[in-house]
Design a protein around this ligand. Structure first.
Ligand code: MEV
Length: 434
């Protein structure tokens, strides 16, 4: 009989019942089904409350980036990521930055934007002014929605109103600016927007439609800068100043070409997202905000801009800087309930969301510097090769005591392929003298 995915009441089943159903669906062996087991320390009931239809947990490798010094304080940085070389690259870059005092980072106030879309206003420009004139009472109403946020020093701060032409007629777009303090701000901002929408529609003489936070958090920025000493960048074949010039050329490539810029910014997010995931924050919100910010600031004729900048100081050292929106929180969401996220926040020792954002910006800059340095010198593959070879060896079926030998041969031969790994294994396992 053909299988149907229309399973009524799946959400009402217990976790073991859902797993039983999956076992039948996929014809899992007991060993395969065990891949869904919760790791020690995770309360299945807590995960079951976090999202719907939970069947288990999906584990990511968690690595620690070392050497980071940010605003005169040392950090061990947890990174949850599946990609080889990212953690090592961040640690190496932080070591170079450390020799010049480490990273200097800062944040703006944690102000988020909530959007209310108003349609069908007959006089949109006048509607804009009517809304702005009611600013104080609107802010008061917004703040009445969240006494806790006010208690902690946050709250609605201001209104901005834009009139946007559209193929469906002009739209009046109201931005409610909310200081979210140590929260990412989603719930507070959305609640306030929903509460204000009827008043805004009445003032505009139109109707409201969407009421939702914007992930383009242009008022909640994090910035970091670091100096990378030229003499520490020398390779076996190239002097430090030459490497500085090569990195400047590599950076400039991203500044002039969106195809390169996409990859340049992706490398930055390798670092940032790994820490965002490790601390239980919403990595989609951060990614979306970062990439849209990069597009928002593009120079005329460009579609996107690098999130980092590189220059030379008077001594010929490389100075890197980064600026992007980083709307992360420490209260609410998975950060507050996920045991590993909680441990990671404690490990970081950050006092608030602003400090976490400063760490993230520094990691993003470190990651980008490491990628540019590798790309502009030996290329990215050498660093990737060994870890990649380990994965290939394990996938080919190498036992723990065989992995090193298989990896050594794969790397030496520059043939990191599963078929070759299998051949090497056969040779290693063949009876007789090796
Ligand atoms: C790979 O995940 C990231 C890089 O491609 C970034 C870059 O090219 O700058 C190495």
């Amino acid at each position: 009989m053909e299988k149907s995915s229309e399973i009524s009441g799946f959400y009402r089943l217990s976790i073991p019942e859902r797993r039983k159903l999956l076992k039948e669906w996929a014809d899992f062996t007991d060993a395969e089904l065990a891949a869904y087991e919760f790791p020690p320390g995770v309360d299945p009931a807590a995960f079951d409350r976090m999202i719907e239809n939970v069947v288990g947990a999906y584990a990511y490798p968690l690595g620690i980036a070392t050497n980071f010094r940010i605003n005169q304080k040392d950090y061990l940085i947890p990174m949850a990521i599946e990609e080889p070389s990212v953690v090592a690259a961040a640690s190496n870059a932080a070591k170079v930055a450390r020799a010049s005092g480490g990273f200097t980072a800062q944040t703006t106030a944690p102000v988020m934007i909530g959007q209310v879309q108003i349609l069908d206003a007959h006089d949109p420009s006048a509607a804009r002014l009517r809304i702005l004139a009611a600013r104080d009472s609107l802010l008061e109403k917004a703040n009445a929605q969240d006494p806790m946020l006010i208690k902690f020093g946050g709250g609605a701060r201001d209104l901005e109103v834009r009139v946007l032409p559209s193929p469906r007629g002009p739209m009046v777009i109201v931005h409610l600016l909310v200081d979210a303090r140590d929260a990412a701000g989603m719930n507070a901002v959305n609640t306030m927007c929903e509460a204000l929408a009827p008043d805004l529609a009445r003032l505009a003489g139109g109707r409201s439609l969407l009421r939702i936070i914007s992930n383009l958090a242009t008022h909640r920025l994090a910035r970091a800068t670091a100096t990378f000493r030229a003499d520490l960048l020398a390779t076996e074949t190239r002097k430090g100043p030459e490497v500085v010039e090569a990195i400047l050329d590599a950076y400039t490539f991203a500044a002039i070409d969106p195809f390169r810029c996409a990859t340049h910014n992706k490398g930055i997010m390798n670092g940032i997202s790994a820490v965002v995931v490790a601390t239980g924050n919403d990595f989609r919100a951060i990614e979306s905000g970062a990439h849209t910010y990069a597009a928002f600031h593009a120079k005329p004729g460009n579609v996107v801009t690098p999130l980092t900048t590189y220059e030379k100081d008077p001594d010929g050292n490389l100075v890197g800087s980064i600026e992007l929106p980083l709307a992360v929180g420490l209260i609410g969401g998975a950060t507050a309930v996920h045991p590993t996220a909680k441990a990671n926040v404690k490990l970081l020792g950050v006092k608030g969301a602003a400090e976490l954002a400063q760490v993230l910006a520094s990691v993003g800059l470190a990651q980008n510097f490491a990628a540019l340095r590798a790309l502009a010198t030996e290329g990215i593959q050498r660093g990737h090769m060994e870890l990649h070879a380990r994965n290939i060896a394990a996938t080919a079926g190498a036992h723990p005591d065989e992995i090193d030998r298989v990896v050594a041969r794969l790397v030496a031969e520059h043939r990191i392929r599963i078929d070759r790994a299998k051949e090497i294994l056969e040779e290693l396992r063949a009876p007789g003298p090796q």
